[in-house]
Design a protein around this ligand. Sequence first.
Ligand code: UDP
Length: 450
Amino acid sequence: MEDNPSKPISQHTKAQRVILFPLPFQGHMNPMLQLANILHSRSFTISILYHQYNSPDPSKYPHFSFHLIPGGLSEDQADKDDPLHLVRLLNTDCIRPTRDCLGKLLSTHDDTACIIMDAMMYSSQAVAEDLGIPRITLRTSSVCSFLAMATLPVLRDKGYFSMIDYRREDPVLELPPLKVKDIQAIRIENLNDTLKIVSNMLEGTKTASGLIFNTFQDLEEPNLANLYEQIRTPTFLLGPFHRFFSAASSSLLAQDRSCISWLDTQKPNSVLYVSFGSLAAMDENNVREVAWGLSNSMQPFLLVVRPGLVQGSEWLEFLPNEFLEVTGKRGCIVKWAPQQEVLSHPAVGGFWTHSGWNSVLESICEGVPMICSSFLGDQMVNSRYINDVWRLGIKLECGFERDEIESAIRKIMLDREGQDIREKLVCLKKKMDLSSKTDGFFGPIAKRFI
Ligand code: UDP
């Protein structure tokens, strides 16, 4: 804390307002707005800073004030297929408008205690520092993936990304339990960009007044000593936030609630829910394998096909016609689901997920065993931990391959394996409930800042 130029939060006399600044992606927006709701429920006044691109809907939050960054990231500028490019833009071109907007906001709101920013907004963190406002960073993913990111430069120096000396199934000795194939998704041509973004993000968390993770202790225990060794910033594991406020109000796409009536007609624990989140992109061949894996498993399924899941597609045109005929009423397909409500529905017995962190937490809290795929970012690490360490699901080791998919679905939905995971999840949830009862949501952070 001595090295930190920002004033400690507790020294602000009229410390009542918190400004929150989410990264404009669904998986980052949800936890930030949930945290805003939690803070509001503890009597804080909330201001939200946002870009036009993927903007939240202020009408869902009449109790917050919203501040659009004029000249910030717009829909036209955004290349929706390249999240890395967007993160770069947010941290370069968007910085001047962010600074102007935040400066103005602070000059008219002298009751501001601090700003909470997404950790990926690393350049805005420097802006906050310049403006003299204490800042807390929010990391919207797991501790295990955070630590994996911190190890990437070492892995680069050891030649893991050039792949010449390594085979796909080899273990990454510096980062157990990861395998070489888990880190392969970071393509060599993006490596320098990725490493720069990651190192800026890590640096920003180290110089912040606080670091919040949307995760919980019982899950991350094995990595915490390592985390506290690397990060001296006061760190708080306060998740999962969605237990207090649902993600429905921050959904950027309209949630199709017709699937809930369909679920109402299904037997308990019989339906596999399948969704790959807001950013994943698949090719036609993968979609065909998904379709035939689902069909051959003979299990009822609720499948989310987000428009754009397959590049250039309107919606379902890449699904084989025979698949739709064969599965018929056994399947329900929607563009976007009310996910939390779906996972808590008694008919849902398994979740085939892309291993995005919010999805993982939502599945854990509803006691639903997972089948894990992964596409980008932290998903490779999350899925490896789910399979190898936490044993809360099955990772598809071959990517998208219909026989492996069919077998995983049967294991999760019909076999003892799925049942064992369900029992494990019940125990984990009990532990989580107990620790939140003992410490309360703000136990640790309140002692320090509030
Ligand atoms: N989500 C939803 N409907 C869907 C799929 C996802 O509401 O059909 C929500 C889900 O509940 C989660 C978020 O979108 O809160 C996705 O975040 P996650 O971190 O899982 O993945 P990302 O979209 O960032 O890849």
